[in-house]
Design a protein around this ligand. Structure first.
Ligand SMILES: Nc1ncnc2c1ncn2[C@@H]1O[C@H](COP(=O)(O)OP(=O)(O)OP(=O)(O)O)[C@@H](O)[C@H]1O
Length: 251
């Protein structure tokens, strides 16, 4: 089957330093895939290569079979590769349902009418509520000011805004960063429950969340793929324990 997202020999050098080294990955349609690795392993650089924020020194990125290596970020978003936004500073005074409605209108190219009250777009508002409901927002949370929401809910709102763009591939870069442990599980559970027409690549430090969520894990170390496999195999892998789990346990 054609991969939803794939890389071939993806490499990025910064001067003489190789931050991402010959990374080959393939995510099947509907995959729940995680990339883990110790600090400095190259995870953020990899995400930037996938989104088009950075150009590779060598190698390719394919989306649904199409070679997008030379395409800029917005062209990849148009092809339904979407990463979560850091929206916390963007719409603190809007409610989640208003923010998601605006994102849906933006997607539909209806933002020329942005000055109309959000409530005037009844069908779009209903779609926004359904999306937030699928991420387990309560009606009261949907209508609250974003700044008053718990931090875990704010991170889920970021995911809702990304989903409003109807991604085929969703990149989640540490979606639970800064979220208290009690809330972070709810964030990942909501993500795990997304429909399978969305392929999800999770970059995450929290091993507990990764093993709950991922069906396949790639471990990066010093920019290169150290191991890839099902969570149980990764958890047993001696090299992985040495570079990553050992660090998590002792560090
Ligand atoms: N713009 C840059 N210029 C020079 N070196 C860079 C640049 N970006 C990243 N690096 C280096 O590349 C390596 C990988 O960094 P990257 O941020 O991708 O790792 P990471 O796995 O995301 O780490 P962390 O978990 O700490 O965020 C690091 O050694 C970093 O210092």
């Amino acid at each position: 089957m054609m991969a939803a997202l794939a890389t071939e020999g993806l490499t990025r050098d910064f001067g003489g330093f190789r931050a991402v080294a010959d990374v080959t990955l393939a995510l099947a349609q509907g995959a729940r895939h995680a990339v883990i690795g110790p600090n400095g392993a190259g995870k953020t650089t990899l995400v930037n290569l996938l989104t088009g924020a950075l150009r590779p020194s060598a190698g390719r990125v394919r989306l649904g079979g199409e070679d997008v290596t030379a395409l800029p970020q917005h062209a990849r978003v148009k092809r339904s590769l979407v990463r979560t936004f850091q929206i916390n500073q963007l719409f603190p005074d809007l409610s989640p349902e208003e923010a998601v409605t605006l994102a849906l209108l933006e997607r539909e190219g209806l933002t020329t009418r942005w000055w109309r009250p959000v409530a005037a777009h009844g069908a779009v508002l209903a779609e926004a509520r359904a999306l937030l409901d699928s991420l387990r927002f309560t009606p009261a949370e949907m209508r609250a000011g974003t700044r008053s929401l718990a931090y875990g809910r704010q991170r889920l709102l970021e995911i809702a805004l990304a989903l409003a763009l109807k991604p085929r591939v969703l990149l989640l870069d540490e979606p639970a960063a800064g979220v208290p442990p009690g809330e972070s599980r709810a964030v990942l559970e909501a993500v795990a429950a997304l429909p399978r027409d969305v392929t999800v690549l999770l970059i995450e430090h929290d091993m507990d969340l990764v093993f709950r969520f991922a069906e396949r894990i790639t471990v990066l170390a010093q920019g290169a793929v150290l191991a890839e496999g099902a969570p149980e195999a990764i958890a047993r892998d001696a090299r992985v324990r040495e570079v990553y789990l050992g660090e998590a346990t002792h560090g």
